[in-house]
Every structure is written in structure tokens, then in C-alpha cells.
Design a protein around this ligand. Structure first.
Ligand code: OAD
Length: 250
């Protein structure tokens, strides 16, 4: 592992353009359940996404959908960024042209200090109008539900996340693609790489010549030539950033 950590740190030290893609595993050590994977708490093991995370599910049973999101919001509100989040925030300050692309909706990257970031799947704390009148508002507390929250236009408010079957926030994927094709180093962290188009970013970057590295105890990326650091991000990333700092200060 130490050899791979040094290899990644050396690649970062020589790179001006770096993109990092994160997924739920990045927040696992903060106590946020992942969607898939080995742990007993993986969300899609115990819950059916088609009954909780689609527009149709919301029309059919908004109480059930909101109850689940309020449970997640309460759980995640008690979670703090872990050393992996902090390492990525620190990395942003060490690279000229840095972008973090996240599939996470928990906002723990921002809590750790990350600023150059695209949220591909929205976030849990913004509520927006289900009828798309344009209203949206950050509402962390008091609990959004119960009762069912309503927009001023009379429609229901919904969680500001991207559901299955929906498009990504306008422009988000285009910007992420553009930066990924120009990246010299692309780092994939804590994602099962099964949800597209997010998963394609590493493949696109690798195909365009980026050196691709993955941090995940159960590696999943299919990017060409990917180098795997098989371990938890909260342990691996701080070691990478320490080594990078040493190299930059030398
Ligand atoms: P998943 O739950 O599919 O995958 C989590 C990944 O994190 C797995 O590959 C685990 O091996 C890895 N992992 C677990 N613990 C880790 C740790 N400590 N350090 C590093 N990696 C660890 O999560 P995502 O890939 O983010 O979409 O899922 C993608 C999308 O599917 C989510 O954004 C969500 C979900 O349905 C929407 O809600 C639209």
C-alpha cells in the first residue's frame, strides 16, 4: 500500500489538473450508510429504491417517501466529516486546477471545507417544489416532515436530490465531463461505479490520458489502467496528502 500511496502522491505533485469523483463510501467512516456493498446497513438492501427514490413513488405515496428522507436527514445531521473528507479539502488547496465531483447528497465535503465541487445528485438539505415552479430553499431544521411540506404555489415540496429516472442538475455533467477529459490525474473514491453517467467520468478521463487511481476497500472502477489503493478513504487519503505535502515542501 505504501508504494501505491507514494505513486499517487508523486502523480499529484506533478499534476496541475486533478479531478476527484466521490461516492457514498467516502462518508461511510462518518456513519452515513452506503447504498450498496458489504455492510448490513447498505440502504438498497433494506429499502426498495423504486418505492422511495423516483418521481412516481413520490406521487404514489409522498408520506412514505418523506418519512424515509426525514429519517436519513436526521441520521446524517448527526454525522461529521471524517479524515477522508478533510484530506480532500486540503488537496484542493495544493493543486492549481482542482475539481471534486460528488454523488453524495450529505454535504459533508462542504462541511470539511471543500469549495471547488459539483454535486451531481443534488443534496438532502434543499427542498424544492415538486411542480417545478422554481422555488427551492435550504431547510435543515426543524424537521421537514411531518406534516408534508408545501410550496407557496400549493404543490408539495420534495427533497432536492436526483431520483432514478431524472436528469442531473443542468450543466453539472457537462462541466464534470469537460474537466475530466483535461485531467492529468483522476481519483475515484468510495463509489461502486454502477450509476451512470457519474461512473463514466473515470473511464472518459482514463481514455483521454489521465492517470486514474481508485481508493476503495472493494475496488470497482473499470477505467483503463486504473491503479487501486484498496483501503478505506478515511485512512488512505490522509496518508496520500501527507506524502504530497512532504514532496511539495521538499
Ligand atoms: P454505493 O453504495 O453504490 O457504493 C459505495 C462504495 O463505497 C462501494 O464500492 C464500497 O466498497 C465503498 N466503500 C465502503 N466503505 C468505504 C470506505 N471506508 N472508503 C472508501 N470506500 C468505501 O454508493 P455510490 O457509488 O455513491 O444515487 O452510489 C451511486 C449512487 O447510487 C448514489 O449517488 C445514489 C445511489 O442510488 C442517487 O440517489 C441518484
Amino acid at each position: 500500500m505504501q508504494e501505491l500511496i507514494e505513486e499517487l502522491a508523486a502523480a499529484l505533485a506533478g499534476a496541475k489538473r486533478v479531478v476527484v469523483l466521490t461516492g457514498a463510501g467516502t462518508s461511510a467512516e462518518s456513519g452515513v450508510p452506503t447504498f450498496r456493498g458489504g455492510g448490513p446497513d447498505a440502504l438498497w438492501k433494506g429499502f426498495d429504491p423504486m418505492k422511495l427514490a423516483t418521481p412516481g413513488a413520490f406521487v404514489a405515496d409522498p408520506d412514505q417517501v418523506w418519512e424515509w428522507y426525514e429519517w436519513r436527514r436526521a441520521k446524517i445531521a448527526a454525522c461529521e466529516p471524517n479524515p477522508g473528507h478533510h484530506a480532500l479539502a486540503e488537496l484542493e488547496g495544493l493543486i492549481d486546477d482542482f475539481l471534486l465531483v460528488t454523488q453524495n447528497v450529505d454535504r459533508l465535503h462542504q462541511a470539511a471545507g471543500s469549495r471547488a465541487l459539483i454535486e451531481l445528485h443534488g443534496d438532502l438539505w434543499t427542498l424544492r417544489c415538486f411542480h417545478e415552479c422554481g422555488f427551492s430553499e435550504e431547510r435543515r431544521s426543524p424537521p421537514a416532515y411531518p406534516p408534508l411540506p408545501r410550496c407557496g404555489c400549493g404543490a408539495l415540496l420534495r427533497p432536492g436530490v436526483v431520483w432514478f429516472g431524472e436528469g442531473l442538475p443542468p450543466g453539472a455533467m457537462e462541466r464534470a465531463f469537460a474537466r475530466s477529459t483535461r485531467a492529468e490525474v483522476f481519483l475515484v473514491v468510495g463509489t461502486s461505479c454502477v450509476v451512470y453517467p457519474a461512473a463514466s467520468l473515470a473511464e472518459v478521463a482514463g481514455g483521454a490520458g489521465a492517470r486514474v487511481f481508485e481508493v476503495n476497500p472493494v475496488p470497482a472502477s473499470r477505467a483503463p489502467g486504473v491503479r487501486v489503493l484498496a483501503g478505506p478513504s478515511g485512512e488512505v487519503l490522509p496518508r496520500v496528502v501527507s506524502s504530497l505535502r512532504r514532496r511539495l515542501e521538499a
